[in-house]
Write a protein that binds this ligand. Structure first.
Ligand SMILES: *Cc1c(COP(=O)(O)O)cnc(C)c1O
Length: 231
């Protein structure tokens, strides 16, 4: 078991402990928060120790990268649950439904239509999150907060898509709490029970605001190579 004694392993344990202690402080059950280990840009060798440590829930932000890395890892480690956390093009919906157990960035009608069609065809329904662009940032994907209720209604009524929750990525240089609060509020009034929010810098805050899925990369794997980092 020498290969498993690494940097990444102890960081994973630390993140799990942090989640547990914030949950306890917030009066939440530790198992009410799912840790999605974001392995984007990292090769299989860097992911292996984290798998050996027992982590099974991982996130990638590109369909192509996930397809290249994960089939072989899944064969070796039963029970892997793969989440797509980045934007998805409608023409990759088919492959996304094949590859992922959860999709975190549903954000437009054309994508809803493509996902609904593939879910029907493949008989496989991932957990779906609608991304909310809480900071109304022009360069970011996601539905604007004011448009969220109508969009969620059309997911249900027009496309028959079972949306389970909301996802947000707060603006880089703002306090995240108001963005988490807003996302939680939109979810509550639309009867959605899942909240994908919180990354390395702010997952404790996200848990205090009700996150059910935290997406943590850097705190587990270390810094990503700069030239390939895509936020
Ligand atoms: C990269 C990424 C993360 C992880 O970010 P860290 O700061 O490394 O924890 C979380 N969510 C999304 C959507 C990402 O693209």
């Amino acid at each position: 078991m020498t290969e498993v004694t690494t940097f990444a392993e102890s960081r994973l344990v630390q993140v799990r402990r942090d989640i547990e202690s914030v949950c306890t402080e917030a009066g939440r059950a530790p198992d009410s928060v799912r840790l999605v280990a974001i392995s984007k840009t990292f090769a299989a060798e860097a992911i292996l120790p984290v798998l050996h440590e027992g982590q099974r829930v991982f996130g990638e932000n590109r369909v192509q990268e996930a397809r290249a890395k994960w089939p072989a890892l899944r064969d070796r480690f039963p029970g892997v649950e793969l989440h797509l956390v980045g934007p998805l093009q409608s023409n990759k919906a088919k492959e996304a439904i094949q590859l992922f157990e959860a999709i975190h960035a549903v954000d437009r009608a054309s994508l809803c239509a493509a996902l609904a069609k593939e879910i029907q065809r493949q008989g496989r329904a991932p957990i779906l999150f609608v991304e909310i662009n809480t900071g109304a940032e022009p360069q970011k994907s996601g539905v604007l907060p004011d448009a969220a209720d109508d969009f969620l209604k059309s997911c249900r009524d027009t496309y028959g898509l079972p949306i389970a929750g909301l996802m947000c990525i707060p603006p880089l240089h703002e306090a995240p709490a108001p963005h988490f609060a807003l996302t939680a509020q939109i979810a509550a009034r639309n009867g959605l029970r899942l909240l994908s929010m919180g990354m390395t810098a702010d997952f404790p805050t996200a848990i205090r605001f009700g996150a059910t899925h935290v997406r943590v990369g850097t705190a587990i794997f270390g810094a990503r190579p700069q030239h390939r980092s895509i936020e």
